[in-house]
Design a binder for this molecule. Structure first.
Ligand SMILES: *[C@@H]1O[C@H](CO)[C@@H](O)[C@H](O)[C@H]1NC(C)=O
Ligand SMILES: *[C@@H]1O[C@H](CO)[C@@H](O)[C@H](O)[C@H]1NC(C)=O
Ligand SMILES: *[C@@H]1O[C@H](CO)[C@@H](O)[C@H](O)[C@H]1NC(C)=O
Ligand SMILES: *[C@@H]1O[C@H](CO)[C@@H](O)[C@H](O)[C@H]1NC(C)=O
Length: 382
């Protein structure tokens, strides 16, 4: 891994992780209202691998350039770690994923033990399994990790994208391919606005259905993926960083700011904040930080178990600096650096200062930004 400041100390990180392999997931292309699905055994393996990767990166004291200074590496200190998971989209997939990830991050350890009054030493259940608390972010109580549903202004933005000349031209160019795909997708709608669901069906079947995998022509999966990337990138970005198209990350920004600020404060124990989410906030994050300018290939649907880490480093003679790193699913084994506003790293104060105008800090701000007056806690606000 590239280390920008070999002499600097890693103070901590805010991590955004996507869930693992799941079964087919339908979401309404107009409102992004989700259907339920479940994490597969493969998904648990992928998330465990992601947790082990993060453990090897951040919790290995023999690797001082990426070890988080002062973090308890084996026995979790729950004052040092915050874990939150989206409980809204995709049924329980994201909740299940975070638990598998945590097993790789803080695996069972015989150090989780205690000596009793009568002299007996007891190791925790299942060889010292560590029960890390996870905040389940319920969409009707907390809009932060899933802010793009029940949001009328976001739906208008999505409609405007579908009605744009650019979208219509793309739909026209995609039409012959979608016709060729027709025999493989059952009775699913081949309207280009349904492109996420078309791609998701192909992707899930490719992984789980041998007959489908053997029958599908070689280039079709990649073609469907590229079209879905275009589609989702248009839905979950905006020409302005504070535009509603970026709402998926705007509501996560406050917790990113507060976690990084706490990590910078040496008298605060927090070192690691983990957020388990869907693919949507990744797209918006890459748009508002302009990371896609240097790395246009990241615009779109990140693979299952992708991870972004916002690392905070103490510089020897300057302010703490934020760097952003990304790993695209289990196919990749190292982080790649991403730029933030065109730079390899950026002072924390500048990171917050430039992104704060896009942050949605409360439910009432969200109700206003979305023009929602009834659902998700909005009936109390105006
Ligand atoms: C000590 O206490 C534990 C918990 O009550 C019990 O399971 C264990 O059998 C005791 N050991 C002895 C030697 O009494
Ligand atoms: C697997 O794919 C084939 C070919 O598309 C299809 O006929 C079959 O119903 C699929 N099986 C399952 C279990 O979905
Ligand atoms: C953010 O997304 C908008 C809308 O898709 C696009 O026009 C803009 O160029 C993107 N910004 C960057 C920095 O890539
Ligand atoms: C992420 O990984 C998938 C599967 O390996 C690949 O198809 C896709 O192009 C990758 N995306 C990026 C941005 O690397």
């Amino acid at each position: 891994m590239v280390n920008l400041h070999p002499q600097s100390t890693l103070l901590g990180a805010v991590i955004l992780a996507r869930h693992g392999d799941r079964l087919e997931f339908f979401q309404d292309p107009l409102t992004y209202t989700p259907s339920a699905t479940s994490l597969t055994p493969l998904g648990t393996v992928q998330e465990l691998q992601l947790g082990s990767f993060l453990r090897a990166t951040y919790l290995d004291p023999t690797n001082p350039s990426t070890f988080i200074a002062g973090i308890s590496p084996d026995l979790v200190d729950i004052a040092q770690v915050i874990v939150r998971a989206d409980a809204a989209g995709e049924g329980s997939v994201i909740q299940e994923s975070v638990n598998a990830l945590l097993q790789g991050l803080y695996p069972p350890t015989p150090s989780f033990s205690i000596t009793l009054a009568n002299g007996t030493n007891v190791v925790g259940a299942m060889g010292g399994y560590q029960y890390v608390p996870v905040e389940s972010v319920q969409p009707n109580l907390d809009i932060s990790l899933n802010s793009f549903t029940s949001c009328p202004n976001f739906d208008l933005h999505t409609q405007a994208f579908y009605n744009s000349d650019e979208f219509k031209a793309k739909a026209q160019a995609a039409a012959p391919f979608l016709q060729a795909l027709k025999p493989y997708v059952g009775n699913r709608s081949l309207d280009f606005i349904n492109m996420f669901n078309i791609f998701d069906f192909v992707n899930v079947e490719m992984i789980h259905n041998k007959t489908f995998l053997d029958a599908l022509p070689a280039t079709f999966a990649a073609q469907a993926y590229a079209l879905a990337n275009y589609h989702e990138n248009g839905v979950f970005t905006d020409g302005k960083i504070d535009g509603i198209g970026n709402v998926a990350i705007q509501t996560i920004l406050p917790s990113i700011f507060s976690s990084l600020t706490r990590i910078a404060n040496q008298s605060d124990p927090l070192k690691l904040a983990l957020n388990e989410i869907s693919y949507k906030p990744f797209i918006s994050l890459f748009n508002i930080t302009a990371a896609t300018e240097k790395n246009p290939e990241i615009a779109g649907i990140v693979d299952y178990t992708s991870v972004v880490s916002l690392e905070l480093r103490a510089s020897p003679a300057g302010p703490p600096m934020v760097t952003m790193r990304f790993k695209n699913g289990t196919a990749e084994h190292t982080f790649r650096p991403l730029s933030i506003f065109g730079k390899a790293d950026i002072p924390l104060s500048e990171f917050i200062g430039r992104l704060a105008p896009a942050a949605i800090n409360s439910t009432s701000q969200w109700c206003q930004a979305c023009n929602q007056h009834v659902l998700r806690g909005c009936s109390g606000c105006v």
